[in-house]
Design a protein. Structure first.
Length: 508
């Protein structure tokens, strides 16, 4: 009989805090994310609050959504914020050339986005236009949003119905400047990032965390160029300047860009390829983190993974520019594997934003345009099961024994992943079995604190491509898990094949 794998967790040795902001989200003017997802308009038959869909807000509030990135994405560097304020019927239209070549009427703009954030209880992350905008335009936007007195932009905001300023803690300095955000070289953008950041001013006590558009995938040169552009990082106040973080984008797919693979029609081999490429995020965090450490060993500069997730071929019969895809159990395990990596790099990764929140790419929610039904995806459930990690102290998980693995793309893919955290009198363990066929027996060797109770849930399904639909909304949904038993060292877990589980511990 095989020896069980052992996971040693020292419950009394908390590490860096896992920021709740690594559970951030992303809403771009793309397909049905905004229009038909968040925004239905005040005259819609679907229940709404000031045009914002009520059931979407309620579902996301259950995730304790910490922040929302908007308006893009590639759309952000074509977006001019003044087109999205004032009476909706008077707002100018524009062409959304990136996503479907459709006409955008700007009915969802700054005030609507800030209203959405307030309804969600989320902090806004505004992505500013560097690609086709100007320094003045960006400077005036943050003045419009956050200034309290009678400045020109504050007065304009009041004319448009909002007296008090908002708080906007996160500000993106461009997006994908190496591509759709301007096709710039790293050195060009580094200069612009310094310039634009200088004019993203802090009004009325609103402290801004500025995030410079960072690298794609393994472009270490981009990260190094940005790190060289900071003011000296040994300043006494401890705040990096002129911006405070750099971003990183990475998407998981099983094929080349021209044929990314299908969301629901995939082979067992493609299951493993997807999870191996998801696991590559860990290597990216290590490599970009090592570059950042050379310039910033005290880790004052944050790494923000503000676009990540699966990117499959669009569902057949849908607009190819709308990026609508189904979301299966495989996507859920891609998400769990990423989140484990973010937890393990909590000393550097300060925020992450899955792409995207509704109806686009690896969405949390799908809305059916025919019936109006709302569907929670398997990925949604992983986020909900992990709420206990928000702002908790990371715990190291040391594995003893042979971790099941297989070779994929010439590399070793471990078929088990775990992370853990603690807050006060509780701890939360996240466990992923990536094996398509074999269950995993795991001993949790729990040390340092007495465990007085536990609760467990599991997310799995009979089929690898199981997914939720309006007709079967709970085909993949978490249930109480009885596969956790007392063990001399703590607990023993019989983790089903292709499953994700959380174990919540009560500590003395």
């Amino acid at each position: 009989m095989p020896v069980p794998l052992t996971a040693v967790v020292d419950l009394d040795l908390p590490g860096p805090t896992i920021s709740r902001h690594v559970y951030g989200h992303f809403a771009e003017h793309l397909g049905r994310c905004i229009y038909g997802g968040f925004w239905v308009g005040e005259d819609a038959d679907v229940p709404n609050v000031r045009g914002i869909r009520t059931d979407v807000v309620e579902a996301l509030r259950a995730l304790h959504i910490p922040n929302l990135r908007w308006p893009g994405g590639c759309f952000a560097d074509d977006y001019h914020w003044r087109d999205g304020i004032g009476p909706r019927e008077q707002r100018p239209r524009m062409v959304n050339s990136h996503w479907g070549d459709v006409v955008e009427d700007n009915s969802f703009g700054t005030h609507e986005f800030m209203d959405l954030c307030e309804l969600l209880g989320a902090e806004p992350y505004v992505s500013g236009n560097v690609g086709s905008g100007s320094v003045r335009e960006m400077s005036e936007w943050i003045e419009y949003l956050t200034r309290a007195d009678d400045s020109p932009m504050a007065a304009l905001r009041r004319e448009n119905g909002r007296d008090e300023p908002w708080k906007v803690p996160f500000w993106g300095i461009g997006n994908e400047a190496w591509g759709c955000g301007g096709n710039l070289r790293a050195e060009q953008f580094a200069s612009l990032a310094r310039q634009y950041s200088t004019y993203v001013r802090e009004h009325a006590g609103n402290e801004v965390y500025r995030i410079a558009a960072g690298a794609s995938d393994h472009d270490l040169h981009w990260t190094e160029t940005l790190m060289r552009s900071f003011d000296p990082l040994d300043t006494s106040d401890g705040r990096a300047a002129p911006f405070q973080a750099v971003s990183l984008h990475y998407y998981t797919m099983t094929g080349p860009w021209s044929d990314k693979g299908w969301a629901t029609d995939f082979t067992t081999d493609e299951w493993y390829v997807a999870l191996a490429r998801a696991a590559y995020m860990e290597e990216l965090l290590d490599r970009h983190g090592a570059v950042m450490d050379r310039y910033d060993p005290r880790k004052r500069v944050g790494l923000v993974v503000d676009e990540w997730g699966t990117w499959w071929n669009v569902e057949k019969g849908t607009n190819p520019g709308f990026l609508y895809q189904q979301n299966t159990l495989r996507d859920a395990l891609v998400a769990s594997r990423h989140l484990d990596a973010f937890h393990r790099h909590a000393d550097r990764v300060v925020m992450a934003n899955i792409a995207q929140t509704v109806n686009v790419l690896q969405a949390m929610l799908l809305t059916d345009p025919e019936t109006g039904a709302l569907v929670r995806t398997p990925s949604y459930h992983v986020f909900e099961m992990n709420v206990g990690h928000h702002d908790a102290a990371a715990l190291d998980v040391h594995l003893k024994g042979d971790v099941p693995a297989r070779e994929v793309d010439g590399k070793r893919l471990e078929l088990f992943s775990a992370s853990a955290s603690t807050t006060g009198e509780t701890a939360l363990l996240s466990l992923s079995n990536l094996d398509t066929d074999e269950p995993l027996t795991l001993v949790l060797d729990l040390r340092g604190r007495e465990v007085t109770g536990h609760e467990a849930r599991v997310l799995t399904a009979p089929e690898l491509n199981a997914h939720n639909t309006p007709e079967s909304p709970d085909a993949v949904a978490p249930v109480a898990f009885d596969g956790v038993r007392p063990h001399a060292r703590g607990l023993e877990v019989e983790l089903p094949a292709h499953s994700y589980a959380t174990v919540r511990l009560t500590l003395a």
